[in-house]
Design a protein around this ligand. Structure first.
Ligand SMILES: [Fe+2]
Length: 287
């Protein structure tokens, strides 16, 4: 089964959101949506999410799932906004509870912040399957970038989130709390064990030296032979050394502080105060 896949590129965060449609019905899933956020002014904007809503409505699609590949650290999820307008169940990996535990502490969240994943409609584990119309999706647990990262294999397409990027760019960083380059290497082997012709859709693209266009679709075969970080059978030791030394040079993503607070709540803002005002925190010298 070959799902129809439409990518929406967000220039502000280099994120690709996907609408994945069952070719035999109007059912679809939306993967890794974006709520625009201007940190300087503290203002949200639904422009990116509205584009997806317009596409879904124009094509008369029925949204069954709002899937998150992981708790993103670089953009806010629009899943609750999409759910309000389009329906669908919000799903993420079961290890979200580890992420909630880690960042519940970092942000000194009180006991009202549940760390059991209950903000989400569905927590997936390795081996779970789900349906989009008649089309089946399978869940691979692919930790390393974060402990809760999932890859959704839907028909001949794998949505790998932040594990592999395009072959000329390589792989995702592993230096966030709970990340591990050893684990990411092993997770990537799971993805590369899929049939060579499997289409791979990546969660971000930053172009690469010598490439002028953004891209987000490749194949398992291309990743195996061409990926600059793991292709041509690179060993785990080689990968770990490269990944860890590179990660040590990377700055934190611009929106990590707001993103984590919102995304660990399934895209909801923290509860408003007595006046109805909503605030995010900035932990000092914690990240
Ligand atoms: Fe990420």
């Amino acid at each position: 089964m070959k799902p129809d896949v439409t990518g929406f590129f967000d220039d502000a965060t280099n994120t690709i959101s996907f609408v994945v449609k069952d070719p035999q019905s109007d059912s679809c899933a939306i993967i890794d949506s974006v709520l625009d956020f201007d940190y300087a002014s503290g203002r949200t904007d639904t422009g990116s999410a509205d584009e997806v809503i317009e596409y879904v409505k124009k094509n008369n699609l029925r949204v069954e799932w709002l899937l998150e590949s992981h708790v993103h650290a670089d953009h806010l999820s629009a899943a609750p906004y999409l759910q309000e307008h389009l329906g669908g169940k919000i799903g993420i990996g079961e290890n979200i509870t580890m992420v909630q535990d880690t960042f519940g502490k970092v942000f000194n969240e009180g006991t009202e912040f549940q760390r059991d994943g209950s903000q989400f409609d569905k927590l997936f584990v390795e081996g779970d399957s789900f349906h989009i119309g008649q089309m089946r999706g399978d869940v691979l647990h692919t930790p390393g970038h974060t402990p809760a990262c999932l890859t959704y294999v839907i028909g001949d397409a794998a949505f790998v989130g932040d594990t592999l990027f395009m072959p000329d760019f390589g792989t995702a960083r592993c230096d966030f709390p709970g990340g591990s380059s050893e684990m990411l290497f092993n997770s990537i082997q799971k993805i590369l064990a899929l049939p060579d012709e499997t289409r791979i859709f990546v969660g971000h693209d930053y172009k690469a030296p010598g490439r002028d266009e953004y891209a987000w679709e490749t194949t398992v075969g291309a990743q195996k032979s061409l990926n600059v970080h793991v292709g041509e059978g690179k060993s785990q030791a080689e990968f770990v050394e490269m990944r860890d030394s590179r990660d040590a040079t990377l700055a934190m993503p611009k929106l990590i502080i707001p993103s984590l607070q919102v995304n660990m709540r399934a895209g909801q803002m923290p509860a408003p105060d007595e006046e109805g005002d909503v605030f995010l925190k900035v932990p000092i010298n914690k990240l």
